[in-house]
Design a protein around this ligand. Structure first.
Ligand code: ATP
Length: 275
């Protein structure tokens, strides 16, 4: 690596071996797959609504007329099939796996679509889990996908690193909540993307506020929003605030996430459309 390396291979003209090393980790898809853009959804810590945002973004892009897919890389906590109300299992064909289609036609692959019982825990160590993610990318038939959304596990561990290194990410969307934003955890995820030369498309502050249904007053349950500050600091134009909305939790539980409006995510969806 050059002494002056800033880990910005796409804009650097230096002919160094670091670029080759990074590219060598990329895993090829199979001959039946074609994925145009891959977007990672990341969060610093668990439970902030990463799967919800993944589902809303995928549904939003699908409603705009694009063939959309979700790769659920959250192997130990796969919640995507439940949010979409998918009960059937993925089928195999010629040693390859076929994704299951949602009602809108989103192609979905998740561990819960191949294990017999959806409550069976994935008691595997990091390298095995990372390998499953690679297999989901390489061995599932992703036919003519315009946009694939990857629901990553929280943090900056083994599996997020595998996704960053093995999949050709066009960018990431960072999901956070107001209280988490003040911590350094989000910064770690953003810095990880920077080191891997992957741009941040946008920030989503979930559970940003609660709007009283009686008086329309907004309450900052988890503290004041800091999303604008954060976006400015990292020079990211697109950001979104999603309120705490009990009907959304219900839609997730009832497998009806595709019926939820994605009005809060317009800016980010526009940005994704222009990638
Ligand atoms: N803005 C919101 N309003 C109401 N419920 C929400 C909201 N955001 C998330 N939830 C609910 O909180 C729960 C956790 O959300 P979700 O599974 O998306 O989090 P996650 O960050 O993906 O979690 P993990 O990292 O553990 O996979 C879900 O039941 C979801 O429906």
């Amino acid at each position: 690596m050059s002494e002056n390396c800033k880990q910005q291979c796409s804009t650097c003209s230096e002919n160094c071996d670091e670029r080759d090393k990074k590219q060598s980790f990329l895993v090829e898809t199979n001959e039946l797959s074609n994925v145009k853009k891959v977007i990672g959804i990341v969060s610093g810590k668990g439970g902030v609504g990463k799967s919800l945002v993944t589902s809303l973004l995928a549904a939003g892009i699908c409603k705009r007329g694009y063939h959309t897919a979700i790769l659920d890389a959250d192997i130990t906590g796969p919640s995507i099939p439940k949010a979409f109300g998918i009960k059937e299992k993925a089928m195999g064909m010629n040693n390859r796996l076929l994704p299951v289609k949602s009602q809108l036609g989103i192609d979905i692959m998740s561990l819960n679509l191949i294990v017999e019982n959806e409550t069976d825990p994935a008691i595997w160590r990091g390298p095995i889990i990372a390998d499953i993610v690679r297999q989901f990318w390489a061995e599932v038939i992703w036919e003519d996908v315009d946009y694939m959304f990857v629901d990553m596990p929280p943090g900056t561990g083994d599996v997020p690193l595998t996704v960053f290194q093995s999949l050709p990410l066009s960018g990431i969307v960072v999901v956070t909540s107001p209280q988490e934003l003040v911590s350094m955890i989000v910064e770690k995820a953003v810095n990880m993307a920077g080191m891997m030369n992957v741009p941040v498309i946008g920030f989503v502050e979930n559970m940003s506020y609660f709007k009283c249904p009686d008086c329309d007053r907004e309450y900052s349950i988890f503290g004041e929003s800091k999303i604008e500050e954060m976006a400015q600091k990292h020079n990211v134009e697109a950001f979104a605030k999603i309120p705490i909305e009990p009907s959304m939790a219900q839609a997730c539980d009832n497998g009806k996430i595709e019926t939820v409006e994605e009005k809060w995510l317009e800016l980010i969806l526009n940005k994704i459309e222009k990638l």
